[in-house]
Design a binder for this molecule. Structure first.
Ligand SMILES: [Zn+2]
Length: 344
């Protein structure tokens, strides 16, 4: 019996060994198969392609019955030497720039207002007239937003600096918005288009005159260049808001609909990270520095007090938000991204 038991025991051990061997072999094969599955996706993850592009350059919002679309034109760094302020304020800027080299990054944005009857563009971006290729996206942004340059009925110009009107005209003198009537303050048009004033201007101001004249020329020729002197009605529900100081005819445009208001304020603020806390800081492009600071002094408290949306070409894109009082200055509250159109 013992020997039989031994045989049975031996045979059982052999069977276990075979099973163990097979199990080990199976495990090795299984691991190899699993490894091959793991290896494929990890190989793909090793080199994911980067997409060096961005979402289309527009942002839409409703203001009453108006549809307002911010149209991105580009971004560049604002040179701190373009700011004029007290030594304390400028020392603060230099120190803040050390902490955050991007604090003076400034956008350029134009705005489309669809009133339901007309398509109105407020400023047209830089086009190819300044900035060495950093700007000039506005027409593409407009197309991305579902509109065409040919469809624009009216362009309202805040002022004739090339970063606001360059997008109107190509370098070869073609109108980018062939069906649009362009409106601006007479004082603005008279100043920049005057050959006499241009001739007497300092050398570094000459390019501003030259670009303004070249950009305006095809619209003047086509009878599409119109100036206003007071508070005449150009568009129903839109008020002219003279904003003195930056340029001779610098003008804001305020649209109202169903109790909602939005002010397109042009170059009231250039460097938001500095000038909201220090509204007295001016920029070298302000032709009348004192008047520009006085305009901010009067306008900013009013905007912070009333519930007015602000559309600012040089505020961070999309450049639409509200002002709140903070300390001695103001805080910018940008619109919050939403894809909902129902009003609260
Ligand atoms: Zn500007």
């Amino acid at each position: 019996m013992k020997s039989i038991d031994k045989v049975v025991e031996l045979s059982a051990r052999a069977t276990r060994n075979v099973f163990k061997r097979n199990l080990t072999r199976f495990a090795v094969v299984l691991l190899a198969v699993l490894a091959s599955f793991v290896a494929v996706p990890s190989a793909a993850l090793a080199a994911p392609p980067q997409h060096h592009d961005q979402v289309p350059g527009f942002y839409r919002l409703k203001v009453g019955d108006l549809e307002v679309t911010a149209l991105y034109d580009g971004t560049a760094a604002f040179d701190p030497r373009w700011l004029n302020g007290t030594k304390a304020a400028m020392d603060g800027v230099a120190e803040a720039l050390q902490q955050d080299p991007h604090m003076l990054d400034v956008a350029d944005t134009g705005f489309l207002v669809n009133t339901g009857k007309q398509l109105i563009l407020v400023d047209a971006g830089t086009g190819t007239w300044w900035g060495g290729g950093l700007f000039g996206r506005l027409a593409a942004s407009l197309r991305s937003a579902g509109y065409t340059p040919e469809g624009i009925n009216i362009v309202l110009v805040t002022h004739l600096h090339s970063d606001h009107v360059g997008g109107l005209t190509t370098q070869d003198g073609t109108r980018v918005f062939p069906n649009a009537d362009v409106y601006l303050a007479k004082a603005e048009s008279d100043f920049w288009l005057s050959l006499e004033i241009a001739a007497k201007a300092p050398k570094d101001a000459q390019p501003f005159f030259q670009s303004a004249q070249a950009i305006a020329a095809p619209y003047i020729k086509a009878g599409k260049w119109h100036t206003f002197t007071g508070s005449e009605t150009i568009v129903d529900g839109m008020q002219l808001v003279p904003l003195l100081g930056h340029t001779p005819g610098h003008t804001g445009y305020e649209f109202s609909s169903k109790g909602h208001r939005i002010l397109f304020w042009g170059d009231t603020i250039h460097a938001q990270s500095v000038q909201l806390q220090h509204p007295e800081v001016t920029v070298v492009f302000d032709i009348e520095q004192t008047a520009a600071a006085a305009t901010r002094d009067q306008l900013l408290p009013q905007l912070a007090h009333e519930d007015v949306l602000i559309a600012g070409p040089h505020m961070s894109f999309p450049g639409v938000g509200r002002l709140h009082k903070e300390g001695n200055g103001y805080r910018w509250a940008p619109v919050v991204f939403t894809d909902r159109w129902d009003e609260k």
